[in-house]
Ligand binder design. Structure first.
Ligand code: ATP
Length: 403
Protein backbone atom coordinates (compact mmCIF):
# COMPACT_ATOMS: atom_id res chain seq x y z
CA UNK A 1 0.00 0.00 0.00
CA UNK A 2 1.43 3.35 -1.01
CA UNK A 3 0.20 6.49 0.70
CA UNK A 4 2.03 9.16 -1.28
CA UNK A 5 0.83 9.76 -4.84
CA UNK A 6 1.90 11.93 -7.77
CA UNK A 7 -0.05 14.95 -6.54
CA UNK A 8 0.89 18.62 -6.51
CA UNK A 9 2.27 19.53 -3.09
CA UNK A 10 -0.24 20.78 -0.56
CA UNK A 11 -0.81 24.52 -0.47
CA UNK A 12 -1.20 24.29 3.31
CA UNK A 13 1.96 24.28 5.35
CA UNK A 14 2.32 20.71 6.57
CA UNK A 15 3.97 21.97 9.77
CA UNK A 16 5.23 19.18 12.04
CA UNK A 17 3.36 16.45 10.15
CA UNK A 18 5.71 13.77 8.76
CA UNK A 19 6.02 13.80 4.96
CA UNK A 20 4.31 10.42 4.50
CA UNK A 21 1.20 11.74 6.29
CA UNK A 22 0.84 14.85 4.15
CA UNK A 23 -1.82 13.47 1.79
CA UNK A 24 -3.83 12.35 4.79
CA UNK A 25 -3.43 15.74 6.43
CA UNK A 26 -4.72 17.41 3.30
CA UNK A 27 -7.54 14.94 3.16
CA UNK A 28 -8.42 15.59 6.79
CA UNK A 29 -8.28 19.34 6.27
CA UNK A 30 -10.77 19.25 3.43
CA UNK A 31 -14.47 19.39 2.97
CA UNK A 32 -15.97 16.12 4.13
CA UNK A 33 -19.61 17.11 4.19
CA UNK A 34 -22.31 15.17 2.35
CA UNK A 35 -23.16 16.08 -1.21
CA UNK A 36 -26.54 15.59 -2.81
CA UNK A 37 -26.49 12.06 -4.13
CA UNK A 38 -27.58 10.48 -7.38
CA UNK A 39 -30.33 7.90 -7.26
CA UNK A 40 -30.54 4.59 -9.04
CA UNK A 41 -34.10 3.44 -9.52
CA UNK A 42 -35.41 -0.07 -9.74
CA UNK A 43 -39.01 -1.11 -10.37
CA UNK A 44 -42.03 0.18 -12.24
CA UNK A 45 -44.82 2.71 -11.75
CA UNK A 46 -45.14 4.10 -8.24
CA UNK A 47 -43.14 1.30 -6.66
CA UNK A 48 -39.68 2.73 -7.22
CA UNK A 49 -36.90 1.65 -4.95
CA UNK A 50 -34.25 4.34 -4.76
CA UNK A 51 -30.56 3.85 -3.99
CA UNK A 52 -28.07 6.62 -3.58
CA UNK A 53 -24.78 5.93 -5.34
CA UNK A 54 -21.74 6.73 -3.16
CA UNK A 55 -19.09 5.91 -5.76
CA UNK A 56 -19.24 5.37 -9.49
CA UNK A 57 -16.19 4.34 -11.49
CA UNK A 58 -16.74 4.35 -15.25
CA UNK A 59 -14.32 2.69 -17.65
CA UNK A 60 -11.24 3.42 -15.58
CA UNK A 61 -8.00 2.52 -17.33
CA UNK A 62 -4.64 3.33 -15.77
CA UNK A 63 -1.05 2.53 -16.72
CA UNK A 64 2.32 2.97 -15.05
CA UNK A 65 5.23 3.49 -17.46
CA UNK A 66 3.15 2.05 -20.29
CA UNK A 67 2.09 -1.07 -18.34
CA UNK A 68 -1.66 -1.30 -17.76
CA UNK A 69 -2.51 -1.75 -14.05
CA UNK A 70 -6.27 -1.10 -14.27
CA UNK A 71 -8.09 -2.07 -17.44
CA UNK A 72 -11.55 -0.63 -18.19
CA UNK A 73 -12.96 -1.04 -14.67
CA UNK A 74 -16.55 0.09 -14.02
CA UNK A 75 -17.98 -0.28 -10.53
CA UNK A 76 -20.63 1.31 -8.32
CA UNK A 77 -21.01 1.42 -4.55
CA UNK A 78 -24.43 2.39 -3.22
CA UNK A 79 -25.03 4.36 -0.04
CA UNK A 80 -24.94 1.97 2.91
CA UNK A 81 -23.32 -0.77 0.83
CA UNK A 82 -19.99 -2.48 1.48
CA UNK A 83 -18.27 -3.60 -1.70
CA UNK A 84 -15.08 -5.65 -1.36
CA UNK A 85 -12.55 -5.42 -4.16
CA UNK A 86 -10.58 -8.66 -4.11
CA UNK A 87 -7.97 -10.37 -6.19
CA UNK A 88 -4.41 -11.65 -6.10
CA UNK A 89 -1.43 -9.43 -5.40
CA UNK A 90 -0.69 -6.93 -8.17
CA UNK A 91 -4.08 -7.21 -9.90
CA UNK A 92 -4.79 -3.47 -9.52
CA UNK A 93 -6.97 -3.22 -6.39
CA UNK A 94 -4.98 -0.49 -4.62
CA UNK A 95 -4.57 1.52 -7.81
CA UNK A 96 -8.35 1.44 -8.34
CA UNK A 97 -8.93 2.62 -4.77
CA UNK A 98 -6.30 5.36 -5.08
CA UNK A 99 -7.99 6.61 -8.27
CA UNK A 100 -11.34 6.72 -6.42
CA UNK A 101 -9.67 8.62 -3.55
CA UNK A 102 -7.96 11.10 -5.88
CA UNK A 103 -4.49 9.94 -4.82
CA UNK A 104 -3.91 9.05 -8.49
CA UNK A 105 -5.18 11.33 -11.26
CA UNK A 106 -7.54 9.73 -13.76
CA UNK A 107 -5.87 8.87 -17.06
CA UNK A 108 -8.98 7.51 -18.72
CA UNK A 109 -12.58 7.13 -17.49
CA UNK A 110 -14.68 8.96 -14.90
CA UNK A 111 -14.95 8.99 -11.10
CA UNK A 112 -18.13 10.24 -9.43
CA UNK A 113 -18.52 10.54 -5.65
CA UNK A 114 -22.02 11.14 -4.39
CA UNK A 115 -23.22 12.35 -7.79
CA UNK A 116 -20.37 14.80 -8.20
CA UNK A 117 -17.87 14.26 -10.99
CA UNK A 118 -14.52 14.41 -9.22
CA UNK A 119 -12.18 12.97 -11.84
CA UNK A 120 -11.87 12.42 -15.56
CA UNK A 121 -9.02 12.91 -17.97
CA UNK A 122 -9.29 16.69 -17.67
CA UNK A 123 -10.53 17.17 -14.12
CA UNK A 124 -9.00 16.32 -10.77
CA UNK A 125 -10.76 17.21 -7.53
CA UNK A 126 -8.12 16.65 -4.81
CA UNK A 127 -8.72 13.98 -2.14
CA UNK A 128 -9.51 16.51 0.59
CA UNK A 129 -12.37 17.94 -1.50
CA UNK A 130 -14.05 14.61 -2.33
CA UNK A 131 -15.91 13.87 0.91
CA UNK A 132 -14.13 10.55 1.39
CA UNK A 133 -12.67 8.84 4.45
CA UNK A 134 -9.54 6.74 4.06
CA UNK A 135 -8.27 3.90 6.22
CA UNK A 136 -5.06 2.13 5.37
CA UNK A 137 -3.26 -0.93 6.66
CA UNK A 138 -0.70 1.11 8.61
CA UNK A 139 -3.34 3.37 10.29
CA UNK A 140 -1.18 6.47 9.58
CA UNK A 141 -2.09 8.26 12.80
CA UNK A 142 -0.38 11.58 13.53
CA UNK A 143 2.22 10.56 16.15
CA UNK A 144 2.48 14.00 17.76
CA UNK A 145 -1.28 14.33 18.35
CA UNK A 146 -3.28 12.68 21.12
CA UNK A 147 -6.03 10.24 20.19
CA UNK A 148 -8.83 12.81 20.49
CA UNK A 149 -6.84 15.37 18.48
CA UNK A 150 -6.23 12.76 15.79
CA UNK A 151 -9.97 12.08 15.53
CA UNK A 152 -10.94 15.78 15.62
CA UNK A 153 -8.31 16.70 13.03
CA UNK A 154 -10.44 16.35 9.93
CA UNK A 155 -13.62 17.86 11.37
CA UNK A 156 -13.39 21.31 9.87
CA UNK A 157 -17.12 21.74 9.36
CA UNK A 158 -18.29 21.88 12.97
CA UNK A 159 -19.67 25.11 14.44
CA UNK A 160 -16.87 25.50 17.02
CA UNK A 161 -13.71 23.79 18.22
CA UNK A 162 -15.58 22.66 21.32
CA UNK A 163 -18.42 21.16 19.27
CA UNK A 164 -15.88 19.34 17.14
CA UNK A 165 -14.19 17.89 20.22
CA UNK A 166 -17.57 16.73 21.53
CA UNK A 167 -18.35 15.06 18.20
CA UNK A 168 -14.87 13.49 18.09
CA UNK A 169 -15.36 12.16 21.62
CA UNK A 170 -18.69 10.69 20.56
CA UNK A 171 -17.05 8.88 17.64
CA UNK A 172 -14.29 7.61 19.94
CA UNK A 173 -17.01 6.31 22.21
CA UNK A 174 -18.62 4.53 19.22
CA UNK A 175 -15.39 2.61 18.63
CA UNK A 176 -15.03 1.92 22.38
CA UNK A 177 -11.99 4.10 22.96
CA UNK A 178 -13.28 7.15 24.84
CA UNK A 179 -11.04 6.20 27.79
CA UNK A 180 -7.94 6.59 25.59
CA UNK A 181 -8.76 10.12 24.36
CA UNK A 182 -5.61 11.60 25.89
CA UNK A 183 -3.20 8.83 24.93
CA UNK A 184 -0.56 9.17 22.21
CA UNK A 185 -0.76 6.69 19.32
CA UNK A 186 2.51 4.89 20.16
CA UNK A 187 1.06 3.79 23.50
CA UNK A 188 -1.86 1.97 21.82
CA UNK A 189 -2.09 -1.63 20.61
CA UNK A 190 -2.50 -2.34 16.88
CA UNK A 191 -6.23 -2.96 17.32
CA UNK A 192 -6.68 0.31 19.21
CA UNK A 193 -4.76 2.25 16.59
CA UNK A 194 -6.93 0.71 13.88
CA UNK A 195 -10.06 1.82 15.70
CA UNK A 196 -8.68 5.37 16.12
CA UNK A 197 -7.96 5.43 12.37
CA UNK A 198 -11.52 4.30 11.71
CA UNK A 199 -12.96 6.94 14.08
CA UNK A 200 -10.83 9.64 12.44
CA UNK A 201 -12.00 8.65 8.96
CA UNK A 202 -15.66 8.47 9.99
CA UNK A 203 -15.79 11.55 12.22
CA UNK A 204 -16.36 14.05 9.38
CA UNK A 205 -19.26 11.84 8.17
CA UNK A 206 -17.79 11.06 4.76
CA UNK A 207 -20.13 10.03 1.97
CA UNK A 208 -17.68 7.32 1.01
CA UNK A 209 -15.17 5.21 2.93
CA UNK A 210 -12.21 3.79 1.08
CA UNK A 211 -10.33 1.12 3.02
CA UNK A 212 -7.17 -0.65 1.87
CA UNK A 213 -6.35 -3.89 3.72
CA UNK A 214 -7.44 -2.21 6.97
CA UNK A 215 -7.32 -5.36 9.08
CA UNK A 216 -4.28 -7.15 7.75
CA UNK A 217 -1.97 -5.81 10.47
CA UNK A 218 -4.07 -7.37 13.25
CA UNK A 219 -3.68 -10.86 14.67
CA UNK A 220 -6.45 -13.35 13.94
CA UNK A 221 -8.63 -13.19 17.09
CA UNK A 222 -8.56 -9.40 17.22
CA UNK A 223 -9.09 -9.14 13.47
CA UNK A 224 -12.41 -10.97 13.61
CA UNK A 225 -13.74 -8.73 16.37
CA UNK A 226 -12.56 -5.45 14.82
CA UNK A 227 -13.94 -6.51 11.45
CA UNK A 228 -17.35 -7.21 12.96
CA UNK A 229 -17.36 -3.94 14.94
CA UNK A 230 -16.28 -1.96 11.88
CA UNK A 231 -18.97 -3.52 9.72
CA UNK A 232 -21.75 -2.77 12.20
CA UNK A 233 -20.55 0.85 12.54
CA UNK A 234 -20.43 1.34 8.76
CA UNK A 235 -23.92 -0.15 8.46
CA UNK A 236 -25.25 1.99 11.29
CA UNK A 237 -23.90 5.15 9.64
CA UNK A 238 -25.05 4.06 6.17
CA UNK A 239 -21.68 4.86 4.65
CA UNK A 240 -20.88 3.62 1.14
CA UNK A 241 -17.67 1.61 1.51
CA UNK A 242 -15.14 0.23 -0.93
CA UNK A 243 -12.80 -2.16 0.88
CA UNK A 244 -9.72 -3.65 -0.74
CA UNK A 245 -8.54 -7.02 0.48
CA UNK A 246 -6.63 -9.99 -0.91
CA UNK A 247 -8.33 -12.26 1.65
CA UNK A 248 -11.35 -14.09 0.17
CA UNK A 249 -12.72 -15.00 3.58
CA UNK A 250 -12.62 -11.39 4.70
CA UNK A 251 -14.50 -10.38 1.57
CA UNK A 252 -17.11 -13.11 2.08
CA UNK A 253 -17.55 -11.97 5.66
CA UNK A 254 -17.73 -8.21 5.11
CA UNK A 255 -19.21 -7.63 1.67
CA UNK A 256 -22.71 -6.99 0.43
CA UNK A 257 -21.13 -7.35 -2.98
CA UNK A 258 -17.79 -8.71 -4.10
CA UNK A 259 -15.87 -7.45 -7.14
CA UNK A 260 -13.10 -9.82 -8.21
CA UNK A 261 -10.14 -8.45 -10.18
CA UNK A 262 -7.59 -10.26 -12.28
CA UNK A 263 -4.73 -8.59 -14.16
CA UNK A 264 -6.37 -5.17 -14.00
CA UNK A 265 -9.85 -6.29 -15.07
CA UNK A 266 -13.04 -6.96 -13.14
CA UNK A 267 -13.85 -10.59 -13.85
CA UNK A 268 -16.85 -11.30 -11.63
CA UNK A 269 -19.16 -9.25 -9.45
CA UNK A 270 -22.02 -10.31 -7.19
CA UNK A 271 -23.29 -11.17 -3.73
CA UNK A 272 -20.78 -13.30 -1.76
CA UNK A 273 -22.94 -16.44 -1.77
CA UNK A 274 -23.56 -16.18 -5.52
CA UNK A 275 -19.89 -15.62 -6.34
CA UNK A 276 -19.05 -18.68 -4.22
CA UNK A 277 -21.83 -20.94 -5.47
CA UNK A 278 -21.74 -19.88 -9.11
CA UNK A 279 -18.18 -18.97 -10.08
CA UNK A 280 -17.95 -17.77 -13.68
CA UNK A 281 -14.73 -19.68 -14.31
CA UNK A 282 -11.81 -21.56 -12.78
CA UNK A 283 -10.12 -18.36 -11.61
CA UNK A 284 -13.06 -17.27 -9.45
CA UNK A 285 -13.61 -20.81 -8.18
CA UNK A 286 -10.00 -21.30 -7.10
CA UNK A 287 -9.73 -17.79 -5.64
CA UNK A 288 -12.52 -18.41 -3.16
CA UNK A 289 -11.77 -22.01 -2.21
CA UNK A 290 -9.30 -24.83 -2.33
CA UNK A 291 -10.04 -27.31 -5.11
CA UNK A 292 -8.98 -30.67 -6.49
CA UNK A 293 -8.31 -30.12 -10.17
CA UNK A 294 -8.87 -32.82 -12.82
CA UNK A 295 -9.30 -32.96 -16.57
CA UNK A 296 -11.70 -34.86 -18.80
CA UNK A 297 -13.61 -34.89 -22.09
CA UNK A 298 -17.38 -34.47 -22.40
CA UNK A 299 -18.93 -37.76 -23.55
CA UNK A 300 -22.69 -38.34 -23.62
CA UNK A 301 -23.30 -35.19 -21.51
CA UNK A 302 -20.86 -36.01 -18.71
CA UNK A 303 -17.17 -36.13 -17.85
CA UNK A 304 -15.61 -39.23 -16.36
CA UNK A 305 -12.79 -38.55 -13.84
CA UNK A 306 -10.89 -40.42 -11.13
CA UNK A 307 -13.40 -39.04 -8.63
CA UNK A 308 -16.42 -40.25 -10.58
CA UNK A 309 -18.73 -39.02 -13.32
CA UNK A 310 -19.85 -35.35 -13.42
CA UNK A 311 -22.77 -33.92 -15.39
CA UNK A 312 -21.64 -31.61 -18.22
CA UNK A 313 -24.70 -31.25 -20.44
CA UNK A 314 -24.08 -27.48 -20.63
CA UNK A 315 -21.02 -28.24 -22.81
CA UNK A 316 -20.88 -29.75 -26.26
CA UNK A 317 -19.69 -33.27 -26.95
CA UNK A 318 -15.95 -33.69 -27.12
CA UNK A 319 -15.13 -30.48 -25.17
CA UNK A 320 -11.90 -30.73 -23.18
CA UNK A 321 -12.73 -29.67 -19.61
CA UNK A 322 -11.19 -28.64 -16.34
CA UNK A 323 -13.08 -30.22 -13.46
CA UNK A 324 -12.82 -28.54 -10.05
CA UNK A 325 -13.95 -30.42 -6.96
CA UNK A 326 -13.99 -28.66 -3.60
CA UNK A 327 -12.66 -30.79 -0.71
CA UNK A 328 -16.06 -30.55 0.99
CA UNK A 329 -17.71 -32.04 -2.12
CA UNK A 330 -16.04 -35.39 -1.46
CA UNK A 331 -18.17 -37.58 0.75
CA UNK A 332 -16.69 -40.73 2.21
CA UNK A 333 -18.95 -43.67 3.16
CA UNK A 334 -18.76 -47.37 4.00
CA UNK A 335 -17.90 -49.87 1.31
CA UNK A 336 -21.32 -51.36 1.89
CA UNK A 337 -23.06 -48.18 0.66
CA UNK A 338 -24.85 -47.83 -2.75
CA UNK A 339 -22.56 -48.45 -5.70
CA UNK A 340 -24.13 -46.08 -8.22
CA UNK A 341 -22.08 -42.98 -9.03
CA UNK A 342 -19.41 -43.90 -6.50
CA UNK A 343 -15.77 -44.97 -6.64
CA UNK A 344 -13.68 -46.94 -4.19
CA UNK A 345 -10.96 -44.89 -2.46
CA UNK A 346 -8.05 -45.72 -0.17
CA UNK A 347 -7.15 -43.34 2.64
CA UNK A 348 -3.55 -42.13 2.44
CA UNK A 349 -3.55 -39.85 5.46
CA UNK A 350 -6.01 -38.03 7.70
CA UNK A 351 -5.73 -35.05 10.04
CA UNK A 352 -8.16 -33.73 12.61
CA UNK A 353 -8.37 -29.92 12.35
CA UNK A 354 -10.84 -29.22 15.16
CA UNK A 355 -14.40 -28.98 13.86
CA UNK A 356 -13.53 -30.84 10.66
CA UNK A 357 -10.92 -33.28 9.38
CA UNK A 358 -8.88 -33.49 6.22
CA UNK A 359 -8.70 -36.89 4.56
CA UNK A 360 -6.29 -37.56 1.68
CA UNK A 361 -7.44 -40.33 -0.63
CA UNK A 362 -6.39 -42.17 -3.80
CA UNK A 363 -8.75 -43.84 -6.19
CA UNK A 364 -6.06 -45.58 -8.28
CA UNK A 365 -2.86 -47.30 -7.18
CA UNK A 366 -0.04 -44.79 -7.73
CA UNK A 367 -2.60 -42.17 -8.91
CA UNK A 368 -3.01 -38.59 -7.67
CA UNK A 369 -3.97 -37.86 -4.06
CA UNK A 370 -7.20 -35.91 -3.52
CA UNK A 371 -8.19 -33.86 -0.49
CA UNK A 372 -11.54 -34.36 1.20
CA UNK A 373 -12.87 -32.27 4.07
CA UNK A 374 -15.26 -34.11 6.34
CA UNK A 375 -17.02 -33.10 9.52
CA UNK A 376 -16.22 -34.81 12.79
CA UNK A 377 -13.11 -35.72 14.70
CA UNK A 378 -12.89 -39.44 13.81
CA UNK A 379 -11.83 -39.56 10.17
CA UNK A 380 -11.00 -42.92 8.56
CA UNK A 381 -7.45 -44.13 9.24
CA UNK A 382 -4.68 -44.61 6.60
CA UNK A 383 -5.18 -47.68 4.36
CA UNK A 384 -8.91 -47.81 5.14
CA UNK A 385 -11.09 -48.42 2.06
CA UNK A 386 -14.20 -46.29 1.58
CA UNK A 387 -16.83 -45.47 -1.00
CA UNK A 388 -16.49 -41.95 -2.42
CA UNK A 389 -19.40 -39.87 -3.79
CA UNK A 390 -19.55 -36.22 -4.87
CA UNK A 391 -21.90 -33.42 -3.82
CA UNK A 392 -22.53 -31.90 -7.25
CA UNK A 393 -23.29 -28.42 -5.82
CA UNK A 394 -19.57 -28.16 -4.94
CA UNK A 395 -18.18 -29.42 -8.23
CA UNK A 396 -17.62 -27.38 -11.38
CA UNK A 397 -16.94 -28.30 -14.99
CA UNK A 398 -15.43 -25.56 -17.16
CA UNK A 399 -14.12 -25.71 -20.73
CA UNK A 400 -10.35 -26.08 -20.52
CA UNK A 401 -10.01 -22.94 -22.64
CA UNK A 402 -11.71 -20.76 -19.97
CA UNK A 403 -8.37 -20.42 -18.09
P1 ATP B 1 -1.41 -5.88 -3.57
O1 ATP B 1 -2.55 -6.76 -3.13
O2 ATP B 1 -0.11 -6.61 -3.62
O3 ATP B 1 -1.34 -4.58 -2.84
P2 ATP B 1 -2.86 -4.70 -5.80
O4 ATP B 1 -3.85 -5.61 -6.39
O5 ATP B 1 -3.36 -3.67 -4.86
O6 ATP B 1 -1.68 -5.54 -5.14
P3 ATP B 1 -1.65 -2.53 -7.22
O7 ATP B 1 -0.88 -2.04 -6.05
O8 ATP B 1 -2.81 -1.71 -7.65
O9 ATP B 1 -2.10 -4.03 -7.03
O10 ATP B 1 -0.64 -2.66 -8.45
C1 ATP B 1 -1.08 -3.05 -9.74
C2 ATP B 1 0.14 -3.04 -10.67
O11 ATP B 1 0.58 -1.71 -10.86
C3 ATP B 1 1.32 -3.82 -10.13
O12 ATP B 1 1.97 -4.44 -11.20
C4 ATP B 1 2.20 -2.73 -9.54
O13 ATP B 1 3.54 -3.11 -9.53
C5 ATP B 1 1.93 -1.57 -10.46
N1 ATP B 1 2.07 -0.28 -9.77
C6 ATP B 1 1.29 0.17 -8.79
N2 ATP B 1 1.66 1.41 -8.40
C7 ATP B 1 2.72 1.74 -9.17
C8 ATP B 1 3.55 2.89 -9.27
N3 ATP B 1 3.35 3.97 -8.50
N4 ATP B 1 4.54 2.88 -10.18
C9 ATP B 1 4.73 1.80 -10.99
N5 ATP B 1 3.98 0.70 -10.96
C10 ATP B 1 2.99 0.65 -10.06
Amino acid sequence: MRLAGPLPRAKRNAGAVPAELEPLQRLSAGNCSFYGGSRRRYGRGSHWLEFMVGLRLEHITHAFHGKVAVDDVSLEVDKGEVVCLVGPSGCGKTTTLRIAAGLEEVQSGRVTVNDRLVGDDGRHVPPEMRGVGLVFQDYALFPHLRVLENVAFGMTDGPSARARRVAANKMLDRVGLAHLANAFPHTLSGGEQQRVALARALAPKPALMLMDEPFSGLDIGLRDRIRDDTLSLLKELGTATLLVTHDPEEAMRMADRIALMREGRLVQEGAPDRVYREPDGPFCCTFFSKVNSLKGIVENGSVRTQLGRLEADHLSEGTATQVLVRPEAIQLGDLGGPESDSVIATVVESRVLGPYSLVYVRTEVGGPVFEARVTGTHPPKPDAKCRLTLDSSQTFVFPLSSG
